[in-house]
Design a protein around this ligand. Structure first.
Ligand code: SAM
Length: 239
C-alpha cells in the first residue's frame, strides 16, 4: 500500500519508522511518503494560513497550497483521508475498509482547520473520508494520521507475524478482548485465572468468550445487541 501524508510538521511522522510500520516499510509492504505542505507555497514566509472569512479567532489553512499539493500527488485512484473532529469516528471497521485501498493520502490540518473548499473540490475528483479520533480536539491531524496508518497497516497481509492475533483482537468481532495474562502464574498475590493454565483449549476458549462478553457489557454496552445470555448478561455483538 502507498500512503502519502501532507503536513506542516513532517518530523511528526518519524515514528512510522519504528515497530510494525517501520518493518512494513523496510519489507516493501508500505510505501510511506511524507510531504511538507510548505513546499507548495510561493512566498518568502512559506505561508499556509490566513484569517478566517467572516472573522473570529485563530487562523485557517489557505486552499492554494493544499490544492497544489493534492494536484502534485495526483489523487486519481487514491482515497483522501482528512482527520477532523467533525469526521466519522475512526473504527476498526473503517480501518479494515481503508486497508483494502491501494493508496491513501492523509491531509493533516492545523490551526482552525483546512479551508472547506479543499475537501469539497477533492470530493469531485476522488473518494474522501473524514475521520475523527474521538470527541476531543487535537492541535493537528498528525496524531490522527499516525493512528490511521497504524490501524490500517497492521491489517495488511504479511505485516503482523501471526494473523490469528488480529482475529482475536478487541473490536474485530464486535466485542472487547478478554483480559490477557502471562508468566509468572502468581504475582504480588494475584493469580492468572486457573483455567488459562489448564491446557484445555476448549475451556480456555469458552472462558475467553465469556470474559470478552462480560467486559464488553460492563464497559461498552453500546457495542452490544441483547440476545445471548452470558452469566446473566444478554449479549451479542452489534456487528
Ligand atoms: N476548529 C476545528 C473544529 O473545531 O472542528 C478544530 C481544528 S484542530 C485545532 C486542528 C486540526 O487538528 C484539525 O484540522 C484536524 O486535522 C486535527 N484534529 C483535531 N481534533 C481531531 C480529532 N478529534 N480527530 C481527528 N483530527 C483532529
Amino acid at each position: 500500500m502507498r500512503v502519502d501524508v501532507v503536513t506542516v510538521f513532517p518530523a511528526y511522522l518519524d515514528a512510522l519508522d519504528l515497530s510494525l510500520p517501520g518493518r512494513a516499510r523496510r519489507n516493501g509492504l508500505l510505501d510511506l511518503r511524507v510531504h511538507d505542505l510548505r513546499d507548495f507555497t510561493h512566498d518568502r514566509h512559506r505561508t499556509v494560513d490566513d484569517t478566517p472569512a467572516g472573522g473570529g479567532a485563530g487562523m485557517v489553512m489557505r486552499p492554494e497550497p493544499w490544492g497544489e499539493a493534492l494536484d502534485a500527488l495526483d489523487l486519481d485512484g487514491a482515497t483522501l483521508v482528512v482527520p477532523t473532529p467533525a469526521g466519522e469516528p475512526l473504527t476498526q471497521a473503517r480501518a479494515r475498509d481503508l486497508a483494502t485501498r491501494e493508496r491513501l493520502v492523509v491531509a493533516c490540518g492545523r490551526y482552525e482547520g483546512i479551508d472547506q473548499r479543499v475537501v469539497d473540490h477533492a470530493r469531485t475528483r476522488t473518494e474522501v473520508v473524514e475521520v475523527s479520533l474521538g470527541d476531543y480536539v487535537l492541535n493537528g491531524g498528525e496524531v490522527a494520521a499516525l493512528a490511521v496508518v497504524e490501524a490500517v497497516v497492521r491489517l495488511l497481509p504479511g505485516v503482523v507475524g501471526n494473523p490469528a492475533s488480529l482475529v482475536e483482537e478487541s473490536h474485530e468481532a464486535g466485542l472487547l478482548e478478554a483480559p490477557v495474562y502471562t508468566r509468572p502464574p502468581s504475582w504480588r498475590g494475584l493469580d492468572v485465572p486457573p483455567v488459562l493454565l489448564s491446557g484445555d483449549h476448549a475451556r480456555v476458549a469458552a472462558w475467553r468468550a465469556d470474559a470478552a462478553a462480560r467486559r464488553t457489557a460492563e464497559r461498552r454496552p453500546d457495542l452490544l445487541h441483547a440476545s445471548r445470555v452470558v452469566d446473566g448478561w444478554e449479549v451479542v455483538p452489534a456487528v
